[in-house]
Ligand binder design. Sequence first.
Ligand code: 1PW
Length: 212
Amino acid sequence: MSEQFSLQEVIDSFRLSLSDSKELSLDHYVEGWRGLVKLLNSLGSVFGFISKDVVNKLSILVSLRGGPEGAHYLSLQSMVQYELQSGLVEGGDNPASGTRGVSGCRTLLRLHRALRWLQLFLGGVSRDEGTPPTLCSLAYSQSLSQHHPWVIRSAAGLAFRMLPPRDPFLRMLNAGEPPQAVEVLGGAVPVLGEVYTITEELYSKHDLLHLP
Ligand code: 1PW
């Protein structure tokens, strides 16, 4: 993996995360998010608090996966099954991580909601429906913002205003010149959508969409 953000790498990770039977591999899911953290980091220090939270969520998942119960964290599906069966979804004393009160399910739920935001935002950019700051705010208000307190919403609003205009933003994706980057974006959005939908359906089926 390169140091620099690459949209293609992120798409590849999320695409690889889905098996033919639509099991979602947590290792690849985390890899995809690690790629997105590089984008957040390249957007400057106003995005630091966002990147920090994502990094924190990823390290929780990585420690669960690397812990004694790591085999249960091979896929999203096995994680949900394990945490439900063991009464760990709401936190509890997770022997897998030693982290009290923090389940893999509630941690991934935060990333899942953020993925919806990203899908809406990048979709808007690929269809040229506005400038990145406007589209990012719009996507946020349609998704993640309802789960955030006022203080985070206002910090996020400030950060979005610092996003670059369309062409410089497209160049930051490292997917070629703007027209080419738009094409790659167009391919990315359905992949993010599929990962989102599979997670949403699984969480909804087990009534996990509102984990504290
Ligand atoms: C321009 C590309 C953007 C893509 C990445 C989007 C990541 C969105 C993460 C927003 C995080 C905002 C600051 C942290 C808030 C946390 O309180 C919140 N985390 C999330 C991911 O929503 C809830 O986590 P918590 O406090 O319940 O552990």
